[in-house]
Design a protein around this ligand. Structure first.
Ligand code: ZN
Length: 327
């Protein structure tokens, strides 16, 4: 059922829906540069064939799987899930896989059709967001405050992996799923998940103490990826657009300009896969810098193979965020 509050945002998802309905066309043409199989990442030497969707799922799964499973990313690491269009290689990887690891929460809109067309009856899907406490995509007060609606991903915001505490829950879901499918390797999965979760807890403690002096402060990101991160560290996240490939409207830019002035922000947070000129122009107009906060939706092939990428990127994000909020 469509909540009236969300009826407009749903209409605004047209571009993704068009992509989805074009799936068959894309599959038959094999079009989509950068989506060739050699660019997808694989790690591990184990027997269990696991496919993952986008970067954090690949990092978390690789960490837990160790040598017990071969982990292959369905989406080439340089493409974000918001932009992804499936190729024949995606369909083929999915038809041979035993386990699929997804973020869920409508982040991987391309999956549903693809999974059904793969006709892989034995495929076990691990939804890593299962049981994780979620937040709504657009907060009603945000809507009211600006008399303005936002485009969104769906009912809830899917970017849970950017909160290290929720990321640890995703790791636990991956652990439990792999143990169930492959009990012979249970001790490896349990040990690896424990190690990675401990690093996530340490990261959370470090970030919490680094950001504690800025409690209550606001920041502005490009797309709506930061509510879980912000909630965890008592910050307020605003954003310009809901999805990374959207163009901000004049109203979006004006809202952010007001926000920047009110919060005396020193910088706007940009992201690697976003090359939006209006965002840079806005920063220029407001006399503020642009610093990068990488939402980990994309990465290099090399970074996708190393589970420590999550920690490196998050620590760098925090350093840049402190610069933005005036540290
Ligand atoms: Zn996103």
């Amino acid at each position: 059922m469509i909540n009236p509050h969300r009826s407009s945002p749903r209409n605004c998802l047209t571009s993704s829906i068009v992509k989805l309905s074009c799936l068959t066309v894309v599959l038959s043409l094999g079009a989509c540069s950068g989506s060739v199989p050699s660019e997808t990442s694989a790690s591990g030497r184990g027997d269990l064939k696991v496919v993952t969707t986008f970067l954090p799922m690949t990092l978390f799964t690789t960490a837990v799987a160790g040598d017990c499973a071969t982990v292959t990313a369905l989406i080439p690491p340089n493409l974000g899930p918001h932009d992804f269009q499936a190729t024949p290689a995606t369909a083929s990887a999915l038809s041979q896989a035993e386990v699929l690891v997804e973020n869920g929460l409508d982040m991987e809109e391309f999956l549903e059709k693809l999974v059904s067309s793969a006709e892989n009856e034995n495929l076990v899907t691990i939804n890593t967001s299962s049981g994780v406490k979620t937040l709504e995509s657009s907060e009603p007060d945000h809507h009211d405050r600006y008399g303005h609606h936002h485009h969104d991903h769906g009912e809830v915001n899917p970017h849970i992996w950017l909160d290290p505490v929720r990321a640890a829950e995703q790791v636990e879901n991956i652990r439990d799923g792999l143990v169930e499918v492959d009990p012979g390797c249970a001790s490896t999965y349990l040990k690896n998940a424990e190690l990675y979760s401990q690093k996530l807890k340490d990261l959370n403690n470090d970030i919490a103490s680094q950001l504690q002096p800025y409690s209550g402060k606001s920041f502005v990101a490009f797309h709506d990826f930061a509510p879980y991160f912000a909630e965890r560290y008592q910050l307020k996240a605003d954003y310009i657009v809901d999805l990374p490939d959207m163009n901000p409207s004049p109203a979006d830019l004006q809202r952010v300009a007001t926000q920047v002035r009110q919060s005396q922000l020193k910088a706007l947070l940009s992201e690697p896969q976003e090359g939006n000129r209006s965002f840079n122009a806005l920063a220029n107009d407001l006399g503020v810098k642009i610093v990068e906060f990488d939402p980990l939706e994309t990465g290099s092939l090399e970074s996708s193979l190393d589970p420590n990428t999550y920690f490196k990127v998050m620590r760098s994000n925090v350093t840049n965020l402190i610069e933005a909020i005036g540290g």
